[in-house]
Design a protein around this ligand. Sequence first.
Ligand code: CTP
Ligand code: CA
Length: 225
Amino acid sequence: VAHFSIQSNLKGKKILITGGPTYESIDPVRFIGNHSSGKTGVILADECANRGAAVTLVLGPSIHSPLNPAVNVIRVTTAADMFKVVQANWSDSSIGIFSAAVADYRPANMAIEKIKKKSDEMSIDLVKNPDILAWAGTQKTSKQYLVGFALETNNEIENARGKLDRKNLDLLVLNSLRDKNAGFGYDTNKVTFIKPNNILINFELKQKSLMAKDILNEIETDFTA
Ligand code: CTP
Ligand code: CA
């Protein structure tokens, strides 16, 4: 359903969104991944496009796609691929909304052949992936607005505040797993917005599409460039 909001200050603005999981290959048939469905990134992309923004969605492996044909979807597999696309697009974007569940580590070496079963125990050496959001934070100018996500299981607010500061964000959307109908795989989320100057805004459990509207309303209010 189109939402033709002529008065949206996001109209014509370039918005860069990341979404979905990343898959990091172990060998030709196996990978390290996570349960992210990509729904949040896809819904955010649609909401931005419906408000007239020029949206690029960098999307990891997901069965979902935006409904709005105006969204430029760039599909990627690994964190390294996602990082390359973000590096090429962040400087001329006005707003970044990074919702991808990026794998923190990848196998140090991908085996060329399928790994055979041998001893009772085995391990895989991993190396850290680049933090894509943190990189965007280091490059951010005063005219850009950057949004990150966090999912915490303990010391939620404290950990989330740390991420807001460390990654130089304007808004951090903290996902609460406290509610049994919230988080991965569900269509509903319970979130808290965390902003600089100790600002906290709590929301009720709601559909992801309505959460996307809350996020975009917040950005519309803050974004003045
Ligand atoms: N993120 C990213 N690149 C990474 C890791 C995370 O862009 N390599 C982004 C996510 O898209 C999200 C935010 O950083 O917007 C927070 O991700 P999260 O996994 O909660 O934080 P981490 O910094 O990875 O810390 P940890 O997993 O140890 O809590
Ligand atoms: Ca992480």
